[in-house]
Design a protein around this ligand. Sequence first.
Ligand code: 5GP
Ligand code: MG
Length: 184
Amino acid sequence: MSNVVLHGHKFRIKISAAEIQKAVGDVARQINTDLKGKKPLFLAVLNGSFMFAADLMKKVNIESEISFIKLASYNGTSSTGKVNELIGVNEDIKGRTVIVIEDIVDTGTTIEVIVAKLKEMGAAEIKIATLLFKPEAYTKSLPIEYTAIVVPNDFLVGYGLDYNGLGRNLADIYVLDYVADQKK
Ligand code: 5GP
Ligand code: MG
């Protein structure tokens, strides 16, 4: 499919399924080399990373575990303000090598919160593996160890990423087609 329509907006193909698979394979190879013998715990951030996590883990061949986490954001009391809670960390992560699997690192705000919480819980070493990275939007200094694909500052959907809930099931990654969208 070269074009898709989601909630009435046109998107055109940007990164093919084949390109994605090749980039995911490259990340898996680096991880297999770097983390052999460390018995790492992968923590995939839901919902967006589910497809990347599945494809990545099929290519990871070192002894490792995977679990799924979610960053829940809600409004606390007037004194606590906005509260972020990391849910789903059921394993004892003290002293372990943890790899956070993300769909996309944009400004870096989300990953910074997640890494801080995992540090508090006692992880010995935390690395980030992201499918997509937008360096032009990134405002943090945390190193992103494993990036499958570097992308410009466009709005992307597909392969786990959604537009208001739609598009996560697409095997390719699409970008909002501003020109076609204006002509409607
Ligand atoms: P952050 O700015 O904290 O790094 O990214 C926050 C979240 O914004 C990401 O986890 C992702 O859910 C969403 N996001 C950022 N850029 C895009 C994009 O291009 N497409 C989609 N669908 N979501 C994005
Ligand atoms: Mg995300």
